[in-house]
Ligand binder design. Structure first.
Ligand code: FEO
Length: 392
């Protein structure tokens, strides 16, 4: 592929990774991803905004074959999928400087052993002239590491936010063309990576509201020629109250928990509550994370294994705890054969969730009439709590 022009003298020089299926050895990538870097050739200076994952450094270097000078490498984020090719770029351009936040400098020195004399650190709001182009740096910590910043190309009104507003989507389209697909990929990305930092993102959205932005060029997935599409989506994810939704991750070993889940989902649906059910024996945890973006309640379904929750259920609870969604209520349903402490152990796994813990329903063996009655009561309680808070 050749560099692709997005503005006169501004080119996408990224790498599309069609085959990657796992990120950070944790996050599923059903649609691959891309690592987007951008070359800005000003009348006096040349800047490269972000680099690419070290596994595809050669792709970036091939774009740079005919570029004699790079003056600045803008490192919006120190994570290796964007910074990992910096050492190679610095090797090819011995006078180039890495431009980053003070925190970014420390992290790049630690993670990539970039020497101290190769850095220029920038403060929030500071600018860098490339001659006829100006880069403005907007500190935006915690999207999703502490050092992150956004870069704004003033004359062209293009925002380069690195991970923020990105999506793990391999595509040859430079811009989002299918809004349904773009929304789904961006929401998955937000859920898996950005959701724990919701309050920081609220501040960043307020901050960039004062900038005129004609397009957004993230460092994963397609760009946004219509910024309002992604800005409104983020606004809704971080500011809106949760919705009238129960997320129900569960697993069943011998059918008891499954019977309870089946009955309970029907009871909630009868009461007008939307349920998103995930059988954790084969669930896509990315979809579970996406469901958590809007849900008001999570009900975990587990059998008892060796006196505790099933390990897959424990994983889902730990994941929800790490992602810190907007959940307001939580409950646990499930079963046991002869004893155990599944409920207490699960409750101990979610200290980050500021939720009201509702009644639990645990059956001994197969659920009986009294268990179904308790599930009906729990469904009524959830429906009433959602109604009283106007969760729509
Ligand atoms: Fe795409 Fe946080 O790196």
């Amino acid at each position: 592929m050749k560099p692709r022009e997005i503005r006169p003298k501004v080119h996408w020089v990224g790498a599309i990774d069609w085959d990657r299926r796992l990120f950070d050895a944790l996050i599923p990538l059903p649609d691959g991803t891309s690592y987007n870097a951008y070359l800005v050739q000003g009348s006096q200076k040349v800047a490269l905004i972000d680099t690419v994952d070290p596994s595809v450094t050669e792709v970036l270097m091939s774009y740079l074959e005919d570029i004699p000078v790079i003056d600045y490498v803008i490192a919006n984020h120190a994570e290796q999928d964007h910074s990992g090719s910096i050492p190679k770029v610095l090797e090819k351009y011995p006078d180039a400087k890495v431009v980053t936040t003070p925190k970014g400098k420390g992290m790049l020195m630690d993670l990539l052993l970039v020497p101290d004399n190769r850095f220029i650190t920038v403060n929030d709001g500071e600018t860098l002239s490339l001659g006829d182009r100006t880069l403005e740096f907007i500190h935006a910590p915690w999207v999703h590491w502490p050092e992150t910043m956004l870069t704004y190309l003033r004359e062209d009104k293009v925002l380069f936010p690195c991970d923020l507003f990105g999506s793990h989507l391999a595509t040859t389209d430079l811009y989002v063309t299918d809004e349904g697909q773009g929304y789904e990929a961006a929401k998955r990305y937000y859920a898996e990576i950005m959701m724990p930092f919701r309050t920081n993102i609220q501040k960043h959205l307020e901050k960039i509201r004062h900038y005129q932005i004609d397009s957004i060029a993230p460092s994963h997935g397609p760009m946004h020629a219509k910024p309002s599409f992604i800005l409104e989506a983020y606004h809704s994810w971080v500011f809106d109250p949760p919705r009238n939704i129960v997320v129900l991750p569960y697993i069943s070993m011998h059918g008891s928990t499954h019977k309870m889940v089946e009955y309970f989902v029907g009871a909630l649906a009868d009461r007008g509550v939307t349920v998103k059910q995930f059988n954790l024996s084969a669930a896509d945890v990315g979809k579970l994370a996406m469901a958590l973006v809007d849900a008001a309640t999570m009900v975990i379904g587990t059998p008892t294994v060796l006196a505790g929750p099933h390990p897959n259920v424990a994983y889902a609870a730990l994941l929800a705890n790490a992602l810190r969604p907007k959940l307001q209520f939580i409950s646990i349903i499930g079963s046991y054969g002869w004893g155990g402490r599944a409920v207490e152990q699960l409750q101990g796994m979610i200290p980050n969730l500021k939720v009201e813990v509702l009644d639990t329903v645990i059956s001994k063996g197969l659920p009986k009439e009294s268990d179904f009655k308790a599930l009906d009561n729990l469904a009524s309680m959830i429906a009433e709590k959602h109604r009283s808070q106007n969760f729509a």
